[in-house]
Design a protein. Structure first.
Length: 259
């Protein structure tokens, strides 16, 4: 194999990424070659560009996320690909999505600050779930009485939602352009829409011997969150002028808040 030829190198990189099932950084890809055979950086870049273009008409795509490059199933196939796995992962609740969105856009943020925006106490199981999935981490403690922990997102969060860095988060203003779906009674018990859950199921971590699954885009997550709650706060710059109306506190997802 001529590793100085970008087209042949592109095929080898495709094999690496298909076999790994997870993102690979350029540094890691470089390490897979012995020093004498290692292609020049310019050849690597050309090979990755060729690989990306070759995927344009295929069912999978080359995506660069925080941890590196990976090949993944295109999002439009996720509802069907998710049927390959009989065990369904834990469903995302509206309260969890709201909490995650606030951490993503207002980090570092404390639990109390999240509660101030949402109007209800954050269920401890929500932060526990996000920490266990390694989507958030404690980055410090606010210098106020009680020294509450401050949460921020992680590289695993960026990888899961197809983001290279936090600058790739969709602008909150885009959510206002999305036409909300009809509001049903008792929105607190409303299930996550089936097609979003299908994408979430397909994006669960693959087990041994399984193919990597499609990741849910953060834009899709926020769009569905907006459709489930028309009154969701989307602009955090004017909280003092127009505080968010509190959600119904009699919901299963959240704990009663004690003033």
């Amino acid at each position: 194999m001529n590793l100085t030829e970008p087209r042949e190198l592109a095929s080898l990189l495709e094999a690496f990424l298909l076999a790994s099932g997870k993102p690979q950084s350029l540094e890691r890809l470089y390490e897979l070659f012995e020093e004498p055979e290692r292609p020049e950086p310019a050849v690597f870049k050309k090979a990755l560009d060729l690989l990306r273009k070759s995927c344009e008409t295929r069912s999978f795509e080359l995506v660069e996320v925080a941890s590196g490059y990976r090949l993944q199933i295109r999002e439009k196939f996720a509802p069907w690909v998710g049927r390959l796995w009989e065990e369904r992962p834990q469903r995302y609740s509206r309260a969890l999505l709201e909490t995650l969105a606030l951490i993503a856009y207002r980090q570092p943020i404390t639990r109390g600050e999240i509660e101030d925006v949402r109007g209800v106490a954050v269920n401890s199981n929500i932060t526990k779930t996000l920490l266990e999935r390694e989507w958030i981490r404690v980055v410090g403690y606010r210098e106020v009485p009680g020294r509450p922990a401050m949460f921020a997102t992680t590289k695993a969060f960026l990888d899961h939602f197809n983001l290279k860095n936090l600058d790739n988060l969709p602008p909150l203003a885009e959510l206002r352009e999305i036409e909300p779906e009809p509001v049903v009674e008792d929105m607190d018990d409303a299930p996550v829409p089936a097609h979003l859950q299908a994408m979430a199921d397909a994006s669960a971590e693959p087990g041994e011997g399984e193919e990597p699954k499609e990741e849910t885009s953060f834009h899709t997550l926020l769009a569905e969150l907006d459709s489930m709650e028309q009154g969701l706060k989307t602009d955090f710059d004017d909280l003092l002028e127009a505080p968010l109306a509190p959600f119904d506190e009699a919901q299963d997802e959240d704990e009663p808040r004690h003033e």
